[in-house]
Design a protein around this ligand. Sequence first.
Ligand code: NAD
Length: 243
Amino acid sequence: MRNVLITGASRGIGAETARLFAAQGDNVIINYFRSNAAAETLCREINSAGHKAVTFRADVSDSHETAAMFAYAEQCFGGVDVLVNNAGIAQTKLFTDITDDDWQRMISTNLSSVFYCCRAALPYMIRKHCGRIINVSSMWGQIGGSCEVHYSAAKAGIIGLTKALAKEEGLSGITVNCIAPGVIRTDMTANLSEEDFAALADETPTGTIGTPADAAKAILFLASPDSSFITGQVLSVSGGFVV
Ligand code: NAD
């Protein structure tokens, strides 16, 4: 049984990831920012199935709130064995319309959060000489998305952080990987119409749109003993959209 902290876990990919870790018997720390009701509902769902979950409200773009969350995780479970950096925001804007605030919010929520969480999680993992970090990037971090330059830059930053940290922590028994989802049906893509989804599916080799479970299962694989010789990698979960 491991202790798994998932950021932005009240809904979408994060919530599904929490359910799957809990179902295999792991303790789950559900981080949320604004969606208190959804996080509590998920927590009750997991606990009433006989598994163990707790919630913690923290804005992971804030290093102090993030540090407080890891202190709570330590108090509840002793430390975090598996960290899933999933929290993120998206925004579609012409590059020339991106304001300083848009840029700062995008970078601090999607990239600085990963730095804060990894830094807070690592001392315990290093002491135990084992640990798993799985970061959620995006295919736009690999290939760039038009009208999502700030999002693409933050997600590309996650890939760089993942590779460098994997090299630094390998001898400490810690693997660091990321997944790069393609189009997944969640609140983040709720602005897309059914016609948009159909066109995107058409462009995808599998002819389908991804589900939160598709991404969550890839995260579980990267946290499992089956992936112990895999580190510093970017696993595309895009139905072949990016090959
Ligand atoms: P979502 O909007 O349902 O989930 C994002 C979660 O992050 C939400 O629970 C939100 O409350 C949380 N969050 C946002 N800011 C936060 C903050 N400051 N502190 C704590 N939590 C915060 O969308 P999703 O699709 O489930 O997104 C999960 C991850 O997957 C994101 O990092 C996203 O960029 C990435 N992703 C999604 C897609 C897609 O098509 N849906 C594709 C590629 C990558």
